[in-house]
Design a protein around this ligand. Structure first.
Ligand SMILES: [Mg+2]
Length: 386
């Protein structure tokens, strides 16, 4: 098609938009169905929503991963971060990121970085609304209108339970499915073989151990994963054991995945730079928001490591911010797609969770300005912890 003549005025958008308030909302709800991992059973879930207001009437929303003690995050956001933000230009995101980071004088990590993530996502939402563009375009998208996702997860349970969960995800049309593995390792080996036979060769399978194993146990399960053509082995060891990951990489042919436990690029750098990891999985609601997660994904791209956004017991804001990053990063493998019906997805915006909107493992990218979602603040009020 011959491009038509288009005239657009290119203005000098001198956005002097000042942050006027920062409000943190602690939300807790019971899960309709427990999540079971090698850590145990989660029956309730918490997140923190961050609302950043401006003097231009534009409001941004972000989400902090806050599995426990959500009110402690709110104290931190409103007590320590807000005074650094109010009065500043909302579009100077990097300035605010570094200012917030300086509220901790030690090494990066912990709930502060999850709190920063919540504010940072809200600032990107504001920037998108000011520019009239979705975040994935602000990030310099690579033309994706939809992103590949995988079902998370077949929970750890007995054979019958795991079979049923697998069948359910296949029926929903997911071509990629994650399986939770735990101890005893011999049982895990049997189950990955059993599920591969049940799924057939046409479904891509991977596993997540949530640090369940010793090095030797991980090597043992790694053999079963290789024999049964699983495409990644996620968090086999505790995240601090970097030399353990390096040793496992030498002894396990299945590619390794990790990153959801990292707060910053610094913590991911070694295992990405030496290519111990084949997949890096930062969670935008933990890893300092869109600003830091983007750096991590780009560093991974520079080392031929693929990016696979993590979400877990997350709300719709985290899920949507992850979709924007997934749409923009050239080294995307697939994004996690939770199959539970957390109230923090539908109740907050009215939108169905990604698992219900995906078709054949592809999830559409929102096209509205910023995150492209409208938060129902009355619904948020109802979910807020008193
Ligand atoms: Mg995981």
């Amino acid at each position: 098609m011959k491009p038509g003549k288009r005239s657009m005025s290119v203005g000098t958008l001198n956005a002097d938009i000042r942050i006027s308030d920062v409000i943190a909302h602690p939300l807790t709800q019971e899960l309709p169905q427990p999540t079971v991992t090698s850590w145990g059973k989660y029956t309730e879930v918490s997140i923190v929503l961050v609302e950043v207001r401006t003097d231009a009437g534009i409001t941004g929303v972000g989400e902090a991963l806050a599995r426990f003690s959500p009110k402690a995050y709110c104290e931190l956001i409103e007590g320590s971060l807000k005074p650094r933000l109010v009065g500043g230009n909302a579009t100077d995101i990097m300035t605010h990121w570094h200012s917030m980071r300086r509220s901790l004088s030690g090494r990066s990590g912990g709930i502060l970085f999850e709190a920063i993530a919540g504010v940072d996502i809200a600032l990107w939402d504001i920037l998108g609304k000011v520019a009239g563009l979705p975040i994935y375009r602000l990030l310099g998208g690579v033309g994706r209108q939809e992103v590949p996702v995988y079902a998370a997860s077949v929970n750890w349970g007995n054979d019958e339970f795991m079979d049923e969960e697998l069948d359910r995800y296949i029926e929903k049309g997911f071509p990629r499915i994650k399986v939770k593995v735990a101890n005893p390792v011999k049982e895990a080996c049997k189950r990955v073989e059993r599920l591969r036979k049940r799924a057939g060769d046409g479904i891509e399978l991977c596993v997540d151990a949530n640090w369940a194993y010793t090095l030797e146990e991980a090597v043992e399960l790694g053999r079963a994963l290789t024999d049964n053509n699983y495409f990644w082995f996620e968090e086999p060891l505790r995240p601090e054991d970097e030399s353990g990951y390096e040793e496992l990489h030498r002894r396990c042919a299945t590619p390794l995945a990790a990153g959801e436990s990292n707060y910053t690029l610094d913590q991911a750098m070694r295992l990405v730079a030496n290519r111990t990891l084949s997949f890096l999985q930062p969670d935008v609601a933990r890893s300092g928001g869109i600003t830091e997660t983007r750096r991590m994904a780009e560093f991974a791209a520079a080392h031929d490591v693929q990016y696979a956004p993590h979400i877990g017991m997350s709300g719709i804001v985290c899920e949507t911010a992850s979709v924007h990053l997934a749409a923009a990063m050239p080294n995307l493998r697939a994004m996690e797609c939770e199959t539970d019906s957390s109230p923090f997805k539908t109740a907050i915006t009215g939108a169905a969770p990604g698992a219900d909107r995906q078709k054949n493992g592809m999830l559409p990218v929102p096209t509205g300005p910023g995150l492209g979602i409208e938060v129902d603040w009355d619904a948020v009020k109802k979910l807020t912890v008193k």
